[in-house]
Design a protein around this ligand. Sequence first.
Ligand code: DGL
Length: 254
Amino acid sequence: MNQTERPIGVFDSGVGGISALQAMIRTLPQERFIYYGDTANAPYGTKKTEEVIACVERVTKHLLEKDIKALVIACNTATGAAAYTLRRELTIPVIGMEPALKPASEIRKTGDILVLATPLALHQEKFNRLMEKYGEGAVRVPCTGLMELVEQENWDGARKYLQEVFALYNLKKVDAVVLGCTHYVFLKKMIREMLPEHIVITEGSAGTARQLKRVLARGKILRETGEGSVELETSGPESELEKMRRLLNRLIPE
Ligand code: DGL
């Protein structure tokens, strides 16, 4: 198949990356996407780096068999663990995600930036480097268990979880909240309603979609005509697919 016509592989540990997929479909409506949720091995964020790398290699191998033209790691945790290695090993472009700390640091006045992410993502080398550059006032807020609530579509449980998290901080002194895990992006509307208006929420899905477009255009493999499509796959039970479809249609405010 001609390069441009080939699909784009996107994956996450479960449904989280679907939030980024939504942004990619908006930005690149003519592309063909294959989304893979590694549900059988979720969560990634409480595993060891080597374990996540093993999961990522398995998923990547599967997606490469589908003849993808680019790979999007729609997961902050997996990007931190494996993007560097994948970029060295693969000949196709690899697009990763990282907590949107840079834009948060740009709007920060003198207050704190709460970075919500998985424990593993917050303790990786990659995140440490990001903290060195843009981390003034930033506080690591590991949210163990929150991705599971999103996987279960337990929105009441997630609200209660977040209320407890935010109660630990003086929100008057917080300038920004970073949603550093693609699962949490599904909670953006809820979080917006919970936080005082002056707090800016940042997350990486739109930026990732723009980056993907730039990379495809640069490689002259951007699909600009014809209909786009989305194929959903999971390493978990078949029943996951219905949930994935539901979440793909769940409106996330930009
Ligand atoms: N969605 C993933 C991320 O962006 C992590 C969820 C997990 O598997 O722990 O980091």
